[in-house]
Design a binder for this molecule. Structure first.
Ligand code: AMP
Length: 231
């Protein structure tokens, strides 16, 4: 029998085909961190918020159903989001693992995810909980600007683009999320406190939860997450 060559891709690997779950309140930096970690490990970054916003933009049946709830800062019904996550994680690009950004958001979704990972015969989940105080969250959310072309995230107070209002990478005019208004931010933070924070106990009890200090520079937060994943 000839020798079998195992060609490793020159990138970090998630130990086994695990799911990395990124938790934290709105504005904690889940999106920024998920993108950074996904790029390094070359696994998909699955943002339920982004998938739903795309459905709204494209006016699909799902988009029309969830538009008003999202605009008000509420949570979309569990079965819609869970079904979307299951379908997405069964695609071939998730074979080596994936990152979930924005899911689960309550205990029902967390229990769904447990069952889904078992069914998919994954090696469990690593759950990262990004912690930040309310003042920092408000500054991040009210100052957030996004490039609609490449998805880069800026902040007018904390990480302004070189030319105000335009992306450093591709020059596209930056946009704001329409749920980043004062009133909707308040509602989203309330939903987090009522539904998502209590869910953390589920992962704490399973000894899967790893707190990360989100008040540091984004690159320092990323470095901490890498250490967790590799450890
Ligand atoms: P995000 O981009 O994660 O801040 O999500 C934006 C909005 O999408 C939320 O305010 C919810 O309306 C909706 N959403 C995202 N993920 C979920 C989820 N797992 N469950 C319910 N609603 C969600």
């Amino acid at each position: 029998m000839g020798a079998v060559l195992h060609l490793e891709t020159p990138c970090l690997r998630l130990p086994k085909a695990r799911a990395l779950v990124m938790l934290g309140p709105p504005g904690a930096g889940k999106g920024t961190q998920s993108r950074a970690v996904a790029g390094e490990f070359r696994i998909p970054d699955i943002s339920t918020g982004e998938m739903l916003r795309e459905a709204v933009r494209e006016k699909t049946a799902l988009g029309l159903e969830v538009k008003s709830v999202m605009e008000a800062g509420g949570l979309v019904p569990d079965e819609l989001v869970s079904g979307m996550v299951e379908e997405r994680t069964l695609r071939p690009d998730c074979a080596r693992g994936f990152i979930l950004d924005g899911f689960p958001r309550n205990l029902e979704q967390a229990l769904f995810l447990d069952r889904m990972l078992q069914k998919q015969e994954r090696d469990g989940a690593l759950v990262v909980n990004i912690i930040a105080d309310t003042d920092a969250l408000l500054r991040r959310l009210t100052g957030r600007e996004i490039c609609p072309v490449c998805g880069s995230i800026y902040n007018v107070y904390l990480r302004p683009p070189q030319k105000p209002g335009f992306c450093d990478k591709d020059g596209a005019p930056l946009t704001r999320r329409n749920d980043d208004s004062q009133e909707v931010i308040r509602k989203r933070l309330k939903e987090y406190e009522a539904q998502t924070r209590p869910m953390l106990d589920h992962y704490r009890e399973m000894a899967l939860l790893h707190d990360v200090d989100g008040s540091q520079e984004p690159s320092a937060v990323t470095a901490n997450i890498f250490r967790l994943v590799e450890g």
